[in-house]
Design a protein around this ligand. Sequence first.
Ligand SMILES: CC(C)(COP(=O)(O)OP(=O)(O)OC[C@H]1O[C@@H](n2cnc3c(N)ncnc32)[C@H](O)[C@@H]1OP(=O)(O)O)[C@@H](O)C(=O)NCCC(=O)NCCS
Length: 335
Amino acid sequence: MEPVSQSDAPLLRAERSLLQALYGRGHLSGNAGTVLCEMASERIVVRQAAPADTSAMLEITRNVWEGSDYVPFVWDKWLADGSGHLTVAIRAGIVCGLMHVEIQSDGTAWAEGIRVREDLQSRGIGSGLLTEGISWARQAGSRRMRLSTYGANPSSNRLAENAGFLEVERMRSLAVEPASVTASDGYTLALPADIDDVWDVVSGHRGVPALYSEGWTAYTLDRRRLALLLADHSVLMSKAGPSKGMAIATSRPVRPVLRFGYLSGHKEDVVGLVKTLLARAASAHMTRVSAVLRLEPDVADILESLGFRNPDAAEMIVYALDLEARPAKERLSGR
Ligand SMILES: CC(C)(COP(=O)(O)OP(=O)(O)OC[C@H]1O[C@@H](n2cnc3c(N)ncnc32)[C@H](O)[C@@H]1OP(=O)(O)O)[C@@H](O)C(=O)NCCC(=O)NCCS
């Protein structure tokens, strides 16, 4: 068995069944013909996305992050996923923006993939999409919404702050091309039966559920999520026990990238875990190993000594919005 998940399908299936149990399939689905929100000033309509919007999505995302946007890779999955919420903004009959929201297994609504056509940015279209997504998440019964931004992207940070989101986490993003390193044999795949030991380590570190990352998506690392990760073979630990070191690493079938999202242990354990995962990534023909982590300086030094680089000092900022707090407008009007 590989300690590195080659497919997120089992995890997604497990999560989907939890979602269906929580909310019921169909309840969250929209209808591509329904107008969800209209912004009077610009005559912008937000509606559910449809397969016919794919060419507009490709056009909007073409130059994002120098052409390396992930949205085209996940678009079909988002379209097909009836438990999420994929919307587009329309101006003068033309699709000019998009956004996706999904409900994670702890009930958090995760907003992602917010994009606005370059020539129409800074006119409030992104805010309109986000406002509509917030209202959908509230109706779906979610108590909290989160999103992440690239720290050096002022417009997305501003967008989140304007909508009332607060920064809750900041993680560094590093990456390396996997090279042939010698894996230590001191590390093994953690299994579902290890959940008590692994949970003791995770919960002992912070006392409250921590966040971990899968690429640029953050999840609450609660016991239920941990069970999904263990079932999906995404947790590597020291053979001497998780308290001697553990890591979470995931991948998606659409991209040959291994993503580190959690790392704990003393220096020698961290070195052993990272080397083992680099060796696994190389043998699985992954083209990149990325790490989006809350890093202590000594762990950052270890990753850098193993070739990880963060050339733009890239940081992922996680923002959260309490959906149970009454919106400001309601509070003012006393409703
Ligand atoms: C981020 C993005 C979705 C925002 O959409 P938008 O329609 O431009 O957003 P809005 O107009 O509603 O709000 C943008 C806010 O950022 C501000 N802003 C834009 N550029 C800015 C800059 N360089 N510095 C500071 N603020 C900036 C705008 O003035 C506006 O704030 P205001 O309403 O208080 O004036 C859009 O810029 C985009 O698609 N960017 C490329 C993809 C991307 O980076 N997505 C986010 C990934 S985290």
